[in-house]
Ligand binder design. Structure first.
Ligand SMILES: [Zn+2]
Length: 267
């Protein structure tokens, strides 16, 4: 298994006295993926998630909507599609090595950015205590799906400051949920991505996980998909130069848990 040190790259060099990103990743134990739809995680971050699982982390996914409108077939029944997509997500999670799938079942296309949803995310974070959360960049300008914007904004607002400041959703203490500070947030789909994960060792596993979403891939085969990505990687020299990798997934990385500053020298 490749080490974290050789498979991640951030544009920001670490200060000499602070641990590097790779050293931080080596110490992490838990990650939580929070997406809008079944299949978001595999397309956006399937290689990174497989890598996290192979690092031995406890990785779980929460899918906010049921994806019950993700079809071009007008005869499809939404409930049937929701059940299909839940089964597809479970199969993909098994391929990647995830520990748990959590489905909230909100209606596809109508996810609302409410205090209640923020509280639900805060409770999940306080229960699972992730070191890393992966979600959509809900603040990205330009074209994006409504639910991607909504979940991305709710997750970011839940992580900072609500989940780690105890007076937010203080009633959750009665359920044994204490404040928790997540170390870092990786925003997928960001225009200003600054963190690149080498997924070449996990490329085929990512494709296998995507292929579990049979209802979403329009009959594409494993060979089609791998060929397309390999051909694109050959042509896209600019991306390789920018990320440092042939095959990568890119994120905007936000650090929220920082090590304490070094002690002041004695006077
Ligand atoms: Zn989606």
């Amino acid at each position: 298994m490749p080490s974290a040190a050789r498979t991640t790259r951030s544009r920001k060099p670490a200060a000499a006295s602070q641990p590097t990103v790779e050293e931080k990743w080596a110490a992490y134990e838990r990650a939580l993926i929070i997406t809008a739809h079944p299949d978001d995680a595999e397309f956006l971050a399937g290689g990174t998630i497989a890598k996290m699982c192979d690092l031995g982390w406890d990785v779980r996914i929460c899918v906010a909507t049921s994806g019950d409108k993700g079809t071009r077939d007008p005869a499809m029944r939404p409930q049937e599609l929701a059940a299909t997509r839940e089964a597809e997500q479970r199969a993909a999670a098994q391929v990647l090595g995830l520990r748990e799938c959590i489905f909230w079942g909100y209606p596809d296309g109508f996810l609302l950015e409410t205090p209640e949803l923020r509280g639900q995310v805060v409770a999940l974070i306080r229960r699972l205590k992730p070191d890393v959360v992966v979600s959509w960049d809900g603040f990205r300008p330009g074209f994006n799906h409504h639910d991607h914007r909504a979940i991305g904004r709710v997750v970011r607002d839940a992580l900072y400051p609500a989940a780690h400041d105890p007076l937010y959703f203080a009633e959750q203490r009665a359920d044994g949920l204490a404040a928790h500070r997540t170390a870092e947030l990786l925003l997928a789909g960001a225009e200003d991505a600054d963190f690149h994960v080498d997924i070449e060792p996990w490329l085929e596993r990512k494709v296998d996980a995507i292929l579990c979403h049979t209802s979403q891939i329009d009959g594409r085969t494993r060979d089609d998909m791998l060929k397309r990505w390999r051909d694109a990687a050959k042509k896209d020299r600019e991306r390789r130069k920018r990320t440092g990798f042939r095959f990568s997934e890119s994120f905007k990385r936000i650090e929220m848990r920082r090590p304490p500053p070094p002690a002041a020298p004695p006077a």
